[in-house]
Design a protein around this ligand. Structure first.
Ligand SMILES: NC(=O)c1ccc[n+]([C@@H]2O[C@H](COP(=O)([O-])OP(=O)(O)OC[C@H]3O[C@@H](n4cnc5c(N)ncnc54)[C@H](OP(=O)(O)O)[C@@H]3O)[C@@H](O)[C@H]2O)c1
Length: 128
């Protein structure tokens, strides 16, 4: 199991290095899974949506909209991720149906729109 993020699905203004690193992790996991397809080893890339951990405080993002919006319970996220890994799935988006729906919207929206959505979620409050 490798932990990426829904933030790695596209450009992430105001958390640009983080989003890019999560895109790397996801791509790496997916490639590794392919290389290992003829072995007993599976690779599951986990893409959590916003989750209620110390992440936002540590990232100094407490003022961002994403930090003040709905968040998944970390134990639910862990259960969903573990179940996906045991089922041998290649990837799983964790969190509520709302988080999954928002992720689908972001993943299939034109990039310019998805980037604006990500920017609005991560932008510090009061920043012009
Ligand atoms: N929370 C979210 O909304 C969210 C969403 C998507 C993806 N994720 C991903 O989920 C994973 C877990 O994040 P979290 O939400 O649990 O964040 P967190 O509450 O900030 O916890 C981060 C954990 O990583 C450990 N850590 C940090 N730097 C480390 C290092 N250099 N070596 C070893 N351990 C290190 C910390 O250990 P110490 O406590 O000892 O410092 C802590 O246990 C991360 O990969 C994050 O990107 C989180």
């Amino acid at each position: 199991m490798i932990t990426s993020s829904v933030a790695g699905q596209g450009p992430g203004p105001y958390q640009s290095t983080y989003a890019a690193s999560k895109a790397f992790v996801h791509s790496f996991g997916r490639a590794l899974r392919h290389e290992l397809r003829d072995t007993a080893v599976t690779v599951t890339s986990v893409l959590p949506g916003p989750t209620d951990t110390t992440f936002f405080a540590r990232a100094d993002m407490e003022e961002a909209w994403v930090a003040r919006g709905p968040k998944a319970d970390p134990s639910d996220v862990a259960h969903q991720a573990f179940a996906a890994m045991m089922a041998g799935r290649g990837q799983v988006v964790t969190g509520s149906w709302l988080i999954k729906a928002a992720n689908l919207l972001s993943a299939y929206a034109p990039e310019v729109l998805a980037t604006r959505m990500q920017a609005a979620l991560a932008k510090p409050r009061g920043r012009g």
